[in-house]
Design a protein around this ligand. Structure first.
Ligand code: GLC
Length: 475
C-alpha cells in the first residue's frame, strides 16, 4: 500500500504545534508496518535539511499565470521516509497575507504532482492522506470533482487514489474570498460558497468534508463532539448527505522520542520501576533551575501555546486566586498571544510559587514533563492533545478537562484527574483534590503514577486503526 501524507508542518523540518508531531510520528509508524509512505510539504525557507535534491518540476496555472514549481526530495530526519518539498516563492513562508490562497496553491500543486507525475512519485499512490484546512482542497482538486463533471477529468492519468482527510482542529477553517476559485482556475460551482459581511467566501475545510472519501479526527470523543455541533460548526448535514460519519482515531506518541529511560534532557533517567526514588531528583533539579523553593509541595506544570480560545489559560489564571499559595507550585512554559503573556508575567511577579517562562525550549519542556507532579491541561476543547500522554509516559499525572482526546486518554482517579464544567471553580476543586491526594495519600498517588506510566500510547497500537480505514477505502 502506498500513502502520500500531505501536511503543512512536520516535526524535525518545520514545527508549529501538535500537527507537526503527528505528521512525523504517524508516517514513521506506518512505514514500520510496511506501508510505502511519502510526505508532501511546502519547502519553506526556514527548512534546513541535508541532503536534498531536485527531482523535477511542475507547471501550475495559478492566478492567470503559469508558475514553475520545483520538487525536492529528502528523507525525514531519523528515518527513511521520503519527503517531497514544494519550492516556490509563494510557499517561502508559512504565515503572511493570503495564507489561505497560498495553501490553495499548494493543494493544486500536490494534486498536479499526483495526477501528472508518476515519474517523480514513482507510480501512483493508493491513498492521499490530507491534514487540516491547509491541505483539505486536495481531494477536490485531485479529481473527486469528477462527480460533478469536472472537465479535465478525461485528461488525467488516473483517479486512482482515495482521499482521507484528518481534522486536527476544527477551529481553523481556512476561509478565503470566492476569488480563490478564479485563482485556482476551477469552476465556481465545484465550491460550496457562503455569505460573509465581506462578501462571498469559501472554506477549504468544508471542501474537504464534501470531497474526501473519508474524514477522520484525532479522538473518538472529539468526533462525537463535532458531529453534535458542539464546537459551533455545523457539519452534520454534510455527513447525513454523505451517509457516513467522522471517525475518531486517538493519536499516538512516539514512545522512542518520549522516553524517561533514555531522555538526555533529564538529570536522571527512570522507568516505572525506579520512578518512586528517582523522579524527585528531577523535580528538585527543576525547582532549582526555574528558581522555585525546593519544598515538597505538589508541583504543577503547563507546557503549551499561550492561546486564549483553546488551552484554558483563563481558567488557570482565575484558579490561582482560589488556591493557597503555600499549598502548591506552578511552572508554565510557552509563548503566544501578548495579552496572555503579560497576564502570566504579572501573575508570576505577584505569586512566589509561580514561575512563567516565556520561550519555547524543548529540553526545558522535557524537564517539566518529568519533574512536575501534575500536568495541567484544562482545555476548553482539545481534539486530541499530546501533553497529557507525554506526561503519563513520564509518570506525571495529568489534570484535564473532560473533553475531546483528554476524555479518551485520562481516567479520573486512576491515571490522572478529570473535571467537567469549563469553570474556574471546577478547576480549583480538582486541583485541591490532587493536592489533597499528594499530601494525604502518597501511596495512592504513587500507584496512579505507575498505572499512568504503563498505559500504551504508542503508535504501534493506534496505527492499526488507520490501516484498517485505508484498506476499507481501497477495497
Ligand atoms: C492540534 C490539536 C491537538 C492535537 C494535535 C495533533 O494541535 O489542537 O489537540 O493533539 O492537533 O492532532
Amino acid at each position: 500500500m502506498k500513502v502520500l501524507f500531505v501536511t503543512s508542518e512536520v516535526a524535525g523540518l518545520y514545527k508549529r504545534g501538535g500537527l507537526a508531531d503527528v505528521s512525523y510520528s504517524l508516517p514513521v509508524a506506518l512505514a514500520k508496518r510496511g506501508v510505502k509512505v511519502g510526505i508532501a510539504l511546502p519547502y519553506y525557507e526556514k527548512i534546513k535539511v541535508h541532503p536534498v535534491h531536485c527531482v523535477g518540476q511542475l507547471a501550475i496555472d495559478y492566478d492567470r499565470r503559469r508558475e514553475l514549481m520545483f520538487i525536492f526530495k529528502t528523507t525525514l530526519p531519523g528515518s527513511k521516509v521520503p519527503v517531497y518539498l514544494f519550492r516556490h516563492p509563494l510557499l517561502n513562508e508559512y504565515d503572511g497575507p493570503d495564507i489561505v490562497e497560498r495553501f490553495g496553491f499548494f493543494a493544486k500543486a500536490v494534486a498536479q504532482l499526483y495526477l501528472y507525475s508518476d515519474a517523480i512519485l514513482g507510480g501512483p499512490y493508493d491513498i492521499i492522506h490530507c491534514n487540516d484546512w491547509h491541505t483539505a482542497l486536495v481531494p477536490l482538486l485531485v479529481g473527486e470533482s469528477s462527480k460533478v463533471g469536472y472537465r479535465e477529468r478525461e485528461t488525467i492519468q488516473s483517479k486512482h487514489a482515495k482521499t482521507l482527510l484528518t481534522i486536527h482542529n476544527l477551529l481553523y477553517q481556512g476561509e478565503a474570498g470566492v476569488s480563490i476559485t478564479l485563482k485556482l482556475g476551477f469552476p465556481k460551482p465545484l465550491f460550496h460558497t457562503f455569505m460573509t459581511p465581506l462578501g462571498r467566501a469559501v472554506r477549504l475545510l468544508t471542501e474537504g468534508f464534501e470531497y474526501a472519501d473519508m474524514v477522520t479526527t484525532v479522538s473518538p470523543t472529539y468526533a462525537t463532539e463535532i458531529m453534535n455541533g458542539d464546537h459551533g460548526v455545523r457539519v452534520r448535514d454534510i455527513f447525513d448527505r454523505r451517509g457516513d460519519m467522522i471517525a475518531g482515531i486517538l493519536n499516538g506518541i512516539d514512545t522512542d522520542l518520549w522516553n524517561p529511560e533514555t531522555d538526555t534532557a533529564l538529570p536522571v533517567t527512570y522507568s516505572a520501576r525506579t520512578v518512586a526514588v528517582r523522579k524527585k531528583h528531577v523535580k528538585q533539579q527543576l525547582q532549582k533551575a526555574v528558581r522555585l523553593p525546593e519544598s515538597d509541595v505538589p508541583l504543577f506544570g503547563f507546557v503549551g501555546r499561550f492561546e486564549a480560545r483553546q488551552k484554558g489559560l483563563d481558567l488557570i489564571a482565575g484558579a490561582i486566586d482560589g488556591l493557597s499559595d503555600t499549598s502548591y507550585q506552578l511552572v508554565l512554559l510557552g509563548t503566544g498571544q501578548p495579552k496572555l503573556v503579560a497576564a502570566f508575567t504579572a501573575l508570576a511577579e505577584r505569586h512566589k510559587n509561580i514561575v512563567y517562562i516565556n520561550t519555547f525550549d524543548e529540553r526545558l519542556a522535557r524537564r517539566i514533563y518529568a519533574g512536575s507532579d501534575i500536568m495541567l491541561v484544562p482545555s476548553k476543547f482539545e481534539p486530541c492533545g499530546l501533553t497529557q500522554m507525554i506526561a503519563m509516559r513520564y509518570g506525571t499525572l495529568p489534570l484535564v478537562r473532560n473533553t475531546g482526546g483528554l476524555a479518551d486518554s485520562v481516567t479520573d482517579g486512576k491515571t490522572g484527574f478529570v473535571f467537567g464544567p469549563y469553570k474556574k471553580s471546577a478547576l480549583v476543586a480538582k486541583m485541591n483534590d490532587a493536592i489533597g491526594l499528594y499530601v494525604s495519600s502518597p501511596g495512592k498517588f504513587r500507584e496512579m503514577i505507575v498505572r499512568a506510566m504503563k498505559q500504551d500510547f504508542s503508535w504501534d497500537h493506534q496505527v492499526k486503526a488507520y490501516l484498517s480505514h485505508y484498506k476499507k477505502l481501497i477495497r
